[in-house]
Design a protein around this ligand. Sequence first.
Ligand SMILES: [Zn+2]
Length: 779
Amino acid sequence: MYKLIKLSLLIIIALPTFAQTAFNANGRFEQLESTLPTPNSYRTASGSPGKDYWQQRADYDIKVELDDINKKITGTETITYFNNSPDELPYLWIQLDQNLFEKNAARKTAATGEIKNGISAATFKELTDPKEYGYKITAVKDIKGNPLRHTINQTMMRIDLPTLVKSGGSVSFNIDWNYLITEYYGRSGYEFFAKDGNANYFIAHWFPRMAVYNDVYGWQHKQFMGQGEFTLNFGNYKVAITAPNDIVVGAGGELLNPNQVMSATQLKRWEKAKTATRPVEIVTQAEAEAAEKGKPTGKKTWIFKADNVRDFAFTASRKFIWDALQVEVEGKKVWAMSYYSKEGNPLWGKYSTMVVAHTLRSYSKRTVAYPYPVAISCHATLGGGMEYPMISFNGGRPEADGTYTENVKNGMIGVIIHEVGHNFFPMIINSDERQWSWMDEGLNTFCQYLAEQEWDRNFPARRGEPQNIVPYMRLDSKNQVPIMANSENIMDFGNNAYAKPATALNILRETVMGRELFDYAFKEYARRWAFKQPYPADFFRTLEDASGVDLDWFWRGWFYGTEPVNQSIETVEWFGVDTMDPVAKKATERATADAKRQTMSNIRNKTDIKSTVVEENPDLTDFYNTYDRFATTDAEKKKYQEYLSGLSEDERKLVAEGKNFYVVNFKNKGGLPMPVIVKLSYDDGTDEVLRFPAEVWRLNDVQAKKIIPTSKKVVKWTLDPFYEIADIDTDDNSYPREPAQPTRVQLFKAQPRSYGGGQNPMQEAQNAKKSGAVTGSKN
Ligand SMILES: [Zn+2]
């Protein structure tokens, strides 16, 4: 539709850029003050730790033995707990995470009892395993050896103290324990290799640990149910790990006695690794394979220390290949290392340590410089990964013939970036994982996405790109919970705690704030909360505080809500400036009148009526038979001259330019307000992208009309041309609408070949090579 509008310059200039056609009462842009906790002297309104911020500290001195025959851990520890709170504490709470595997553990009451459609091998094994898992606490004593009263409540234990721990005071006590190691369950355990009779151990949440006491919850002792991870204190660790002497031990700390546990050859390789640019094998594959076949001749004790960490985990196996290199991170040398059995090669030797090194650099740049001396990636069983300070257990295993699918390779690289990345969130920026999964998983997945793109421009990142979250955002809102949901209440964990927050942050960076403002504010959050315990409000407030961007609407929509983004272009009206030139005006009127006379009757009458009465009798014509009502009169010409002379030079130019004015009617169908990004394709083949902030929806959250002036004629309008807002329905994003695409049906029942999922073209190529056929691989 095209209309001419009269030039009334003052009115055009004064028109608001966004015309609000209705005023909907809506809270989408209300500030979050009533939702966020009241700021105080511990946590400020700007999102930083306050002047009275405090946190507890727990130091550990642990001696532990790994029993490879019985798959058992036996340990003794001294915990020194520093009460930095303003409160006196009559008792302490200890976390007993291994009790997750007790027969009557709380998580089992949460599991559904549906088995009529079958039962998985893992569930069957768990239900019928006669072993008694969980902690056997054999002693809880004060430092003088007197027993301390203690009460176990599933995965938590309360120790009653004979005297209060005063504010500013500390208390030391001992705990002795043992437990049977479970098979690897995704966070810890062992993987047994029947072929050679050996196990790879991934030992985590293996010692009784202090629960957190803080200004937000008091004691944060929500039970460990398996999904919600850990809430932990910082402290210094000294850990002595005794194992059979043919077993290689790696841990999240600095090895204090290399001369006692490493051979002269290994020490020499260790030296070489300090200046290498590719990983150096400290233990080679040949040595690991020889060890697989051997037997231990005694025991060895590996001693580690780790300062200012929130946890401690280790790995052990006689099957391990161990490689290392030193990488420079923000001016400091850090050991990047990997432990993997031969089952991980060739992938692990080639990629793991290189990916560790890259991750440390990428994350340090965006957050804080990596503060620890080592960072380790271990090859656990297929898929997934799990993080601890300085050490992570990661999946990704090739076939026995050494080939692997593209998914296995990229999955492994992605998971190593992710788990090593967890060193920053939550190991350094120590969020409360048991309560808020997104604060570590979401922030980490966002940084992972960025690191993946820096690793390989074509990396097929699963999470981060707005269009990848669309299937989740399309779900009915009753099948979703907000990102701001307790860890144990989250449905669709991967999308809710990882993908959605990561995508939201990517959108904040690219579309809402811009890279410069976002990167500064994100880094400021990391800097403020490094080695401290942030909560959601601290993150929300800091990002606003450091950027000067009002983001309350964004947190509301993306973090507190479940509505999707769905914008559309409903209508476009087209206006041209009326030049007031009577000649042009009459010509247009004539063309319109001529066109309107082309009716069906008139078309047929041209031939059907051979001649009319007036045609046959010219004397029946008069003035009006020749009168041209579209001719310009002298009076009209004069009036036009008067109009022009009344305009200024600038105004005359504007009239002559013949500008187009488009009134574009955008609709917010999804609810979640987002910036409006629209591409204008012009009739000369060029285009232009206009961006309007989300505030266009501030007063009317359903409809926003925009007046867009252009010199050229727009032939097509496209909303969200770069797929940056996660719009769940793009069919209504163009104007005029795109013609419908046919749904293709297959005529014959042929299975198309694709290499998306589990197929392995590397293996096919290898087999083809053996048989002398031509392969499809690129040169
Ligand atoms: Zn994670």
